[in-house]
Design a protein. Sequence first.
Lengths: 498, 498
Amino acid sequence: MGSAYEALNTRLRDVHNLGMAGAVLDWDQQCYMPPGGVAARADQKATLSKLSHELFISDETGRLLAQAEADGGETEDDQAILRVVRRDYDKATRLPTALVEEKTRVTSLAQEEWAAARQADDYGRFAPWLERILDLCRREAEALGYADRLYDALLDLYEPGMTCAQIDPIFGELRSELIPFSQALFARADCVDGSCLTRDYEIDVQNAYTVDLLKNCGYDFRRGRQDKAVHPFCTHFSKNDVRITTRFDKNYLPSSVFASMHEMGHAFYEMGLADHLEGTPASGGASLGLHESQSRLWENMVGRSIEFWKKRYTGLQSTFPASLGDISLEGFYKAINRVAPTLIRVEADEVTYTLHIILRYEMEIELLEGKLSVADAPEAWNARMQELMGVTPPNHREGILQDVHWSIGILGYFPTYSLGSVLSAQIYDAALREIPDLPQRIEDGDCASLLNWLVENVHRHGRKYLPGEVIERATGSQLQTAPYLRYLKSKFGAIYGV
Amino acid sequence: MGSAYEALNTRLRDVHNLGMAGAVLDWDQQCYMPPGGVAARADQKATLSKLSHELFISDETGRLLAQAEADGGETEDDQAILRVVRRDYDKATRLPTALVEEKTRVTSLAQEEWAAARQADDYGRFAPWLERILDLCRREAEALGYADRLYDALLDLYEPGMTCAQIDPIFGELRSELIPFSQALFARADCVDGSCLTRDYEIDVQNAYTVDLLKNCGYDFRRGRQDKAVHPFCTHFSKNDVRITTRFDKNYLPSSVFASMHEMGHAFYEMGLADHLEGTPASGGASLGLHESQSRLWENMVGRSIEFWKKRYTGLQSTFPASLGDISLEGFYKAINRVAPTLIRVEADEVTYTLHIILRYEMEIELLEGKLSVADAPEAWNARMQELMGVTPPNHREGILQDVHWSIGILGYFPTYSLGSVLSAQIYDAALREIPDLPQRIEDGDCASLLNWLVENVHRHGRKYLPGEVIERATGSQLQTAPYLRYLKSKFGAIYGV
């Protein structure tokens, strides 16, 4: 390999390390930083981002990249890394610096305004900011470029290669299947009693229990740790330092248990990277959707399955005898899978979650393309909630003002949550084809079989392939809804007798 | 103020922020990082140091600095900041990059070899590395420049403006006073029984107690926190995020209590910086000696005083009733001030600590100037220990191999520990002149009077003045031994009846 490629990698290693340092500063801010540190921390993070961005978009990076491309990558990995860098470099350099700076400035103010507007349930206060953000997103999409729809340019930032043309039929099918299905479940609400989960669960005991659960699932505490955060997240500073956070609610056990398992799924992805890709531009997950597929797979397909709890439930019962002593395995399993109409996305169950996402996806496109005005948006939100879920938000706080995403200027992000859910089932099915006794293994305490399969087929590749390529390699086909719909209908049909 | 000064400050703000980010990475590594993270963390820290160094020593920084100096600083602060930057810039640019890189490489290997040599009690293994390090330090000193002695150039790195010519008479006097004084105390060892301190002290209870103690002394947990670390330290990421760490030994109460108070003293210095110097090159402490004066003042002059415990001791007793219930205030006060011959510096009491430092100071100069050979050094160490303390180390592990400093190439650092002790008494005396009832206030739980005086006279200036200027402003005179010797003789004379 010529020296241009080596010089490029040395340069990109600095960019990578600045990003990792920024991630440590973020982790600290969310887990341990005293309140007084906030102003200086913002300044420190701004310096790291600025230096990293300048280093990456510099002409020298472009020159080395072009030279390395001309030389041709020596190995398949080298070639893959050059493709990744080219994609990132083009995206980063297509955006004019002035636009990036304006967006940073506007969204930082808009986020404050959104928080105040949500607090006061005052959509009118947020509306002019949403208008400005939509304008910025349109200019961003134009600068990035797209073949078909404006929205595709934004989608591509989070889910490389994904387009509306691919999502529309998928979400269309989910919409038409899940509306009647969820209504049928709602009608049989009496079948499931979730009240045992809101009893008393000592927080220290929850913490110790989730740590044991993570260890039991194969999360390696020599290469990670679990801390407490208001909004649980996973972060990594290398494949050997991948940390998760969780939250604790004394009167709602699933808060910690399933946040821990969800973030563990994200962590497994980062921990499973091939050693030789560590620290390179091909490290990290292939897309947000693929990342979410791993978290949902462990949270839902494993963590909320009957197999997982069959032999583990007595341990949980003896950890919380006063709250679960009188609850059978069956009762617990049903409780953690209770389905109900929800106004708030982050509180939604597996079935209705996707309906929340479809609402946002449809509205984002209409707003971006000017088919829906900012003024009419709240009404459109409420009407769509009625159509999708059969409920109407009593206020905007529980309606259009509930999510932070638009205020920070990230449109095109929401769909990745549901793409992740759809993918989780498709990937689990592929694993099941190769390991037919997977449920039994999970029941017997063997999570390693599934994890090893995921490492081999998904994790180790990092960003080396485009998400579509990873999915094809792992499952033998492109993104499909069938496994996901089959999973939801079979599991929840059985629980609710539908 | 001309734009060169502003451009310079913008540039130096990035340098500052890279340093602060590096400090967060260090803090995390010592407090929370899982073992797997170590390799990537070294790489991340190397990137931050490299980029910060490159940015600082660049020709552009030099050009802006020269232009800003030519324009002249508008305010007194501007002028002070330009002086600080000029000092730092000249120091940083005088060292050839090749020398810096060689030292980094050699000391990183030397530290490993030192650790192995210490473990095996094998001085011969470390000797060739010490030889190389002395050579590097000589070249470093030559590159940095000095008026009188080679050692002055190194001293100046940690204690700007300090020279052997100033230290020699100070350490000479301490030597001739403290050898007979400590021997007189050793002879009356029976006067003090320290055994109550090695009873059982639950670690969780120690933690809660030290947190309360810190709060009681005025350490603001909204602007800091206390964590556990193997080697206690204080670090800051801004004046509003100054963190300390402490250690806990279930069978030695002073470990945590006095480490917490020591680090609190360091923290107060950083927290007391004037707001307008925050984030500028004039932030941080004026020197290591001045920093140490603050930690020793709070640890020893306050924390090990009878006044401090008079009304607080019953609280400590009721926190550890089984271990301290039968110990009087007087007994406790004597126990925390027990003096004894020690082989290990970090375990030494207030009186003998300085003898350990004098030994190192004298040997460092002789080694650097070639008056003592590396081969003869262990014997010289042992002979000097016998002369200073009346004991001879039974092995090199407890002798010449005990400290990490030489292996990491920092000569000229040790003296600052004792300069700090000397200064702590001089500064406390100055405060006492202005607040004559200070001991009574401390007894009554008012630490704020002392702290406010220190903020006003020492802390707020940061690095704006040279250490000698700060001392002169705060105490009305240059560094003096009299207050320190008076303090030691009066306090320990009373305890031991000497």
